[in-house]
Design a binder for this molecule. Structure first.
Ligand code: BTN
Length: 263
């Protein structure tokens, strides 16, 4: 996958039109953060064949075999208040899910906040980080890791990770998957506009199986058990507890309560 191959497969106006390509790098998010501080423009793509210190959410690592997967970061520079940016990772998640569906003809599931699952296993993770300048958000770097053609996962991930190849039995050209994601992400980014949030949530909820299911949310501030009542317009998950009260969470991990009720 060369820079030239990427450029010739893109159908976007801005996303991916400036490319920083690396064979090996620590983390594309780290590099993108520096580029954003240096003034990189919206849509700049940082992509690597292999990351030595790929980062996951909540301080975890992101491990991906060299040469078979997609590990990249897109720089966004939205001119909106910091408080409005929480929806961006969900927009990215929906874009990836729809892109995967268009390429593989198999529909993935979005697991709040932004994991993409196929056959109940994770095929993509997203780590969005804000680049703050004083009190203003200078940029949001959206890091996306998609397992494309990897077939072996370390024992600790084997039960929970999959790839497009494992989920469909077919190999995919990484450039084709990347171009589909960037195209879909560029067309969905208009959902950042406040007046379009309801329409976004309708689409997002069509890709998630969580609404109405019993979950446990784990967060550094504690845990919440209850039924998922929906996603709010800031990207938070609303959980209705046994006492009937609904709490909204903007970070954390959710897991299904097995044998839990669907209401
Ligand atoms: C998660 O599911 O915990 C998020 C994983 C995000 C991984 C991607 S790979 C490209 C980008 N660079 C990183 O260091 N992380 C993200």
């Amino acid at each position: 996958m060369t820079e030239q191959e990427i450029l010739s497969s893109l159908r976007t106006k801005k996303f991916g039109r400036t490319i920083h390509w690396y064979d090996t790098i620590d983390s594309t998010n780290n590099r993108a953060r520096q580029l954003a501080i240096d003034g990189a423009e919206e849509g700049t793509l940082v992509i690597a064949n292999y990351q030595t210190s790929g980062k996951g959410r909540m301080g975890r690592r992101w491990e991906a075999e060299p040469g078979t997967n997609l590990t990249f970061t897109l720089i966004l520079t939205p001119q909106i208040p910091a408080a409005d940016t929480g929806i961006i990772p969900l927009i990215a998640g929906l874009a990836v899910a729809q892109a995967i569906e268009s390429v593989t003809r198999k529909r993935p599931v979005c697991k709040w906040p932004n994991d993409i699952l196929m056959d109940g296993k994770k095929v993509c993770g997203i780590l969005a980080e804000s680049v703050i300048d004083g009190t203003a958000v200078r940029a949001i770097v959206v890091g996306i890791g998609v397992n494309v053609n990897q077939t072996n996962f370390p024992p600790d991930l084997g039960e929970t990770a999959t790839s497009l190849l494992l989920a469909t039995g077919e190999r995919y050209a990484r450039t084709q998957v990347l171009a589909a994601i960037l195209g879909q992400f560029e067309s969905l980014i208009s959902y950042l506009e406040r007046r379009k949030r309801d329409e976004f949530l309708k689409q997002y909820e069509a890709y998630t199986t969580m609404i109405g299911t019993a979950v446990t949310l784990t967060h550094s501030a504690g845990t919440a058990n209850g039924i998922v009542a929906g996603i709010d317009s800031e990207g938070g998950i609303m959980i209705r507890g046994a006492d009937g009260k609904t709490s909204t969470w903007y970070a954390g991990d959710v897991s299904l309560i097995s044998g839990g009720l669907r209401r």
